[in-house]
Write a protein that binds this ligand. Structure first.
Ligand code: NAD
Ligand code: DAU
Length: 345
């Protein structure tokens, strides 16, 4: 049983936020949830379909709307903050909504939590730490070589997206120290699974193949991401919310390092395509080389463990989901691809 009976989940109609809402509804029957979501292009009511109406309420609104936020926060026990502009490529085209939502929106929420003494959990990203060198560029390269991000790593964000998330983390840290805000922060690595917007790498390639479009790999494809199934992200956030130490930062990761070429080749194999049936396209400016998470603190101090660590089977399940749920993504496919095409990607 938790002391947090009424929680606000910002961004709860997005990919990861909606997974968390389902996780809490399924595992913690004593908790009621208010989802605060602006329903931007990335938010989708369908992600919350089938949830009990007496336990989950959707409020369509902006986290930067102080009046609305104050009203909701005054009635809550905790806020779990997922809402964000989340895509690096978009931030390189127009950074302004990233500043508004990720920085001003977070500021608005923590001010309200400070005012009403409400517990706050800030969901952030490993990208705040910048990137690590590729293992293959280090002496004695191979498994086990090269450092990983830890909660002590220096902030060194590369893109407008990651710098806006870094800014929001620093605001939360300052509100803890100066105002005693009851907050924790988590920085997670790349999530995958059903319901991820088709602008992102894995669903873009799956839905390309399903649409008869060749997958698109940026640059050399050597860039490494540390993949975690979104179900594991949700269990970690719940554990940090309920057992984490106020003021602490926890890194969430499941030892899932893979380079983009490997991931794409696995998608092609699972979808019965030739391993060469893709296009290499223009690289992302400032493209981070490698992310890798050391989640020892979360595992040893709070006892968290990922469950969905078989990447191939998680990917197969994700491919099946996009194959069986074409109506969830098909209407948007053309617009997403023409935006990429304008950018040479
Ligand atoms: P997403 O883009 O799928 O969803 C974002 C949600 O926030 C959408 O429902 C959108 O409508 C909502 N939103 C955007 N602006 C808003 C505003 N001003 N007010 C209210 N709602 C707003 O994103 P995601 O991939 O689910 O990421 C969720 C969070 O997790 C983000 O904070 C992101 O930085 C973080 N994160 C993501 C990953 C990843 O791999 N996707 C990894 C680590 C951390
Ligand atoms: O690390 C956590 C971050 O992971 C989150 O904070 C972000 O919200 C989330 O979007 C994700 O960021 P990335 O930039 O790593 O994810 P994306 O899916 O955009 O790209 C993953 C990798 O694939 C990256 O190296 C770029 C590459 N890529 C991407 C696309 C869309 C391609 O090669 N081709 C593509 O078409």
């Amino acid at each position: 049983m938790t002391e947090y009976k009424n929680i606000i989940v910002t961004g709860g109609a997005g990919f990861i936020g909606s997974n968390f809402v389902h996780y809490v509804v399924n595992n913690h029957p004593e908790v009621n949830i208010t989802v605060l979501d602006k329903l931007t292009y990335a938010g989708n009511r369908a992600n919350l379909a089938g949830l009990p109406e007496d336990r989950v309420k959707l409020v369509v609104g902006d986290i930067a709307d102080a009046e609305l936020v104050n009203k909701l926060v005054s009635q809550a026990d905790a806020v779990v903050h997922y809402a964000a502009e989340s895509h690096n490529d978009n931030s390189l085209i127009d950074p302004s909504p990233f500043i508004e939502t990720n920085i001003i929106g977070t500021y608005t929420l923590i001010e309200a939590c400070r005012k009403y003494g409400v517990r706050f959990h800030h969901v952030s990203t490993d990208e705040v730490y910048g990137d690590l060198p590729l293992r293959e560029d280090l002496p004695g390269h191979g498994e086990g070589v090269g450092e990983k991000f830890t909660p002590e790593s220096r902030y060194k964000p590369s893109s407008p997206y990651s710098s806006s998330k870094a800014s929001s983390d620093l605001l939360v840290r300052a509100w803890v120290r100066s105002f005693g805000l009851k907050a924790t922060i988590s920085n997670c690595s790349n999530n995958y699974g059903p319901y991820q917007h088709i602008e992102k790498f894995i669903p873009r390639q799956i839905t390309n193949i399903l649409s008869g479009i060749r997958p698109k790999l940026y640059g050399s494809g050597k860039n490494v991401r540390d993949w975690i199934h979104t179900n594991d992200h949700s269990s970690a956030v719940w554990m940090i919310l309920t057992k984490g130490k106020i003021g602490e930062t926890y890194l969430i990761g499941a030892d899932g390092e893979k380079n983009n070429k490997e991931v794409l080749e696995l998608i092609l194999e699972l979808m019965g395509q030739s391993s060469e049936a893709y296009d290499q396209v223009k690289d992302r400016p400032g493209h981070d080389l490698r992310y890798a998470i050391d989640s020892t603190k979360l595992r040893e101090e709070l006892g968290w463990k990922p469950e969905f660590t078989d990447f191939k089977s998680g990917l197969k399940h994700t491919i099946d989901w996009y194959t069986e749920n074409r109506s969830w993504w098909e209407d948007e496919k053309q617009a997403v691809e023409s935006k990429y095409a304008q950018n040479g990607q």
